[in-house]
Ligand binder design. Sequence first.
Ligand code: THU
Length: 135
Amino acid sequence: MDSIDHLFEAALTAQTQAYAPYSKFQVGAAIQTPKGTIYSGGNVENASYPVGVCAEASAISAMINGGERAISAIVVMGEGAELVTPCGACRQRIFEFSIETTRIHVAGPEGIRRSFFIDDLLPHAFGPGHLKAET
Ligand code: THU
């Protein structure tokens, strides 16, 4: 299996495990890091709606917990016929850990539908470079 297939499968599994009883819209995300590790997560909703967490945020938390800070590729798996691109907040989250070659693959159950660079999704982004922080 190619690494993109592993990433796709991880996103699919995360989607099936997502907790989305309110929207009933399960999303899965899987990140591959430069080391080749895969971290995944699904959306985790809450009875207090705004407290819910997106799949991308879950996967990023898993990556940070694993001691890594760079995204080589991320697969976002959504439901339905529409392209489930990362929401605005998640574009910013992905930007934080993007490198020049980071690919964002938007997928459905049948496979990858479209691939983007973060600059396509969040042009002129505000980020770590503005704050000169140690990231
Ligand atoms: N959702 C994600 O997990 N990622 C996205 O990029 C789009 C939206 C979740 C949030 C909420 O739990 C559900 O999908 C419906 O908006």
